[in-house]
Design a protein around this ligand. Structure first.
Ligand code: SF4
Length: 64
């Protein structure tokens, strides 16, 4: 899997960081930063939950 984040769409809600702190962070403007584009199995489920919990639709997963 590969995580994609559209930083122009992100509204800085922070749900992704709460759901998967190993995979996502927020910059000083609260906009999402992807820390790990291709999470290992341990973080994959939380990453999927994070993508599902994003209120703005900024996050997507590309299956590889
Ligand atoms: S959950 Fe979505 S809107 Fe919120 S910080 Fe993460 S990417 Fe941005």
């Amino acid at each position: 899997m590969k995580i994609k984040a559209d930083r122009d769409v992100c509204i800085g809600a922070g749900n992704c960081v709460l759901a998967a702190e190993n995979v996502f962070d927020q910059d000083d403007d609260a906009i999402v930063v992807v820390l790990v584009e291709s999470p290992d199995d341990e973080d994959a489920e939380s990453a999927r939950n994070a993508v599902g919990s994003c209120p703005s639709g900024a996050l997507s997963i590309e299956e590889t």
